[in-house]
Design a protein around this ligand. Structure first.
Ligand code: UD1
Ligand code: CA
Length: 452
C-alpha cells in the first residue's frame, strides 16, 4: 500500500518548562520525534513530512535525514491548519497517515489496520479516564463526529471512546476538506477532527480501529508523562529480554538506550544502563550499576559493580571491575583481568594480562601475560601530542611505575617498583630508576611551635 505520512510537530510544549522543542526531548536516549520517524519508516511512505513550528530550525538540525521533508507552520492555529502546511508536499498515494511528533510509542503493526481499508480511518482508544481527549460520537454504532472536550456536552464528556489523533485520510479528498474547515469552536482553532463531518457529507466511509494497548497512543505534554512513558518503554524492553532467557535482577531497575543484544545465560544486576549498540555474549555477568556504551563483551566475562565501559571490546573469560573505566579503543583479549580504578584508553591488552589496581593505560600495546602493578601510569601526553607505550609479552611492571611514552619494554623484562622509565628496556632485564634509600638512625621529628 502506498502512503504519505505527515507528522505534526509544531507545538511548543509549554508544560515541559524547557527551551528544548518538545519533540526533541529524549525517550530511551532518542528524541521523541526520532521514535515516530522510525515507526513511520517501517511503513515505507512515499513522502514523509514533518510539520514544525516552534524551534523549527533546531528540530531540522537534530533530525538530519534525507528521507524527511519539512513543512513550516509559523503560527499554531490547530491540527487541520498544521496538516494544511504539508498538503502541497504530498504525493498522489491514496492514503495520508497523520502521526504526532510527541506520541513516541506507536508500533507500525498497530497502524497497518488503518491502511488496509478505504475511507477515513480513525485510531481510537477506550480510556477509563477520557479527560482531555476528543470524544468519538456514534449513532447506531456509526461514527458521526469527534467532539473536543472543550466543545462537548456533559453527556458527550461521559463517552470513553476517544480520538487518539492518529488517522488515515484519503489523499484525494484531503486538500478540499481542509480548506472547508472553519475555526468555529471554543478554542478558535482549525480542528482536523472536523473532516469526519465532511467525509460523511461526501459519502466517504468513516471507520475506526481500536488500539489494543493505550500506551501506544499516549502523548508527552509534561516531564511526568515523559518519565511514565520512559518507564513503560523500559519495562517492555526488560520483559522482552526475560522472555528470551536473560536473567535480570529487577526489570524495573534496568535501562536500554539503544540496542542490547544478549546471548544465552546472560545475567544483569540492578541499575545498569546500556547505550548505543551493546552485545553481551553467552554467559556474561554484569554486576550492579554498570554503564555500557557501544561495546562487545565476550563469552563468560564478568563485569563487576560500578564499571563504566564506552567503545570497548572485551574478550572471553575476562574479569573487569569493580570500578573499572574502559574508554574508546580499549581492546581486551581473552582472560584479561582489570580491577578497581583502572582506566584504559586506546590500548590493546594481550591475552592473560592483568592490571588489577589503580592504573592509567593509554595509547598502549600490551602483550600477553603482562602484569601491571598498582599505581602504574603511562605518561602518554606531553602537552601537545600523544605517544605510545609498548609492553611486550611476559613483562612485569612493579607498582607505582611511570612509563614516559614513547617507550618500549621488551619481552620478559622487569621494572622495579617506583621507577620512572624513559628509555627502552631490553628483554629479560631489570630496570630500576629510583633514589637509593638512605636511613638516618635516631631521627627526631620536628616539634610543633607553640602559638601564644
Ligand atoms: C488532538 C485532537 C483530539 C485528540 C488529541 C489526542 C484535534 C482538534 N483534536 O487534541 O481529538 O483526542 O489530539 O492527543 O485534532 N499541532 C501542530 N500545530 C497546531 C496544533 C497542533 O503541530 O497548530 C501538533 C501538536 O504539536 C501536537 C499535536 O498536533 O503534537 C496535537 O495537538 P494538541 O494541541 O495537543 O491537540 P489536542 O488538543 O490534544
Ligand atoms: Ca495533546
Amino acid at each position: 500500500m502506498s502512503i504519505n505520512i505527515v507528522i505534526l510537530a509544531a507545538g511548543q510544549g509549554k508544560r515541559m518548562h524547557s527551551n528544548l522543542p518538545k519533540v526533541l526531548h529524549k525517550l530511551a536516549g532518542v528524541p521523541l520525534l526520532t521514535h515516530v520517524l522510525n515507526t513511520a519508516r517501517e511503513l515505507n511512505p512515499e513522502k514523509l513530512v514533518v510539520v514544525c513550528g516552534h524551534g523549527a530550525s533546531e528540530v531540522k538540525q537534530s533530525i538530519l535525514a534525507k528521507d524527511v521533508i519539512f513543512a513550516y507552520q509559523a503560527e499554531q492555529k490547530g491540527t487541520a491548519h498544521a496538516v494544511q502546511q504539508a498538503v502541497d508536499l504530498l504525493s498522489l498515494a491514496p492514503t495520508t497517515l497523520i502521526l504526532y511528533g510527541d506520541v513516541p510509542l506507536t508500533r507500525p503493526e498497530s497502524l497497518v489496520p488503518l491502511l488496509n481499508q478505504p475511507g477515513l480511518q480513525i485510531l481510537t482508544a477506550q480510556l477509563s479516564d477520557p479527560t482531555g481527549y476528543g470524544r468519538i460520537v456514534r449513532e447506531n454504532n456509526q461514527i458521526q463526529s469527534i467532539v473536543e472536550e472543550k466543545d462537548a456536552s456533559l453527556t458527550q464528556r461521559k463517552i470513553t471512546e476517544v480520538n487518539t489523533g492518529i488517522m488515515a485520510i484519503p489523499t484525494k479528498h484531503l486538500a478540499r476538506w481542509l480548506t472547508r474547515i472553519q475555526p468555529q469552536n471554543q478554542q478558535g482553532e482549525y480542528y482536523l477532527t472536523d473532516i469526519v463531518g465532511m467525509a460523511l457529507a461526501d459519502g466517504v466511509a468513516v471507520n475506526s480501529v481500536n488500539v489494543a494497548d493505550h500506551w501506544e497512543t499516549l502523548g508527552v505534554n509534561t516531564k511526568a508523562q515523559l518519565a511514565q512513558l520512559e518507564r513503560y518503554f523500559q519495562v517492555t524492553k526488560a520483559n522482552e529480554l526475560l522472555e528470551k532467557g536473560v536473567t535480570l535482577a529487577d526489570p524495573h531497575r534496568f535501562d536500554v538506550r539503544g540496542q542490547l543484544k544478549c546471548g544465552k545465560e546472560v545475567t544483569i544486576d540492578v541499575g545498569c544502563i546500556f547505550e548505543g549498540e551493546v552485545e553481551l555474549c553467552d554467559g556474561v555477568v554484569i554486576g550492579p550499576y554498570c554503564v555500557l556504551k557501544d561495546c562487545v563483551i565476550g563469552e563468560n566475562t564478568k563485569i563487576e559493580a560500578f564499571s563504566s565501559l564506552d567503545g570497548a571490546r572485551v574478550g572471553t573469560h575476562c574479569k573487569v571491575g569493580p570500578y573499572t573505566r574502559l574508554r574508546p579503543g580499549a581492546n581486551l583479549m581473552d582472560q584479561v583481568h582489570v580491577g578497581n580504578f583502572v582506566e584504559i584508553k586506546a590500548s590493546h591488552i594481550g591475552q592473560g594480562s592483568k592490571a588489577n589496581h589503580l592504573s592509567y593505560i593509554g595509547d598502549s600495546e600490551v602483550g600477553e601475560r603482562v602484569n601491571i602493578g598498582a599505581g602504574t601510569i603511562t605518561c602518554n601526553y606531553d602537552g601537545a601530542n600523544k605517544h605510545k607505550t609498548i609492553l611486550e609479552d611476559d613483562v612485569f611492571i612493579g607498582s607505582d611505575t611511570q612509563l614516559v611514552a614513547p617507550v618500549t619494554v621488551r619481552k620478559g623484562a622487569t621494572i622495579a617498583a617506583g621507577s620512572t622509565i624513559t628509555k627502552e628496556v631490553s628483554a629479560n632485564s631489570l630496570a630500576i630508576s629510583r633514589v637509593t634509600q638512605k636511613t638516618i638512625a635516631g631521627w627526631t621529628r620536628p616539634k610543633k611551635k607553640r602559638n601564644d
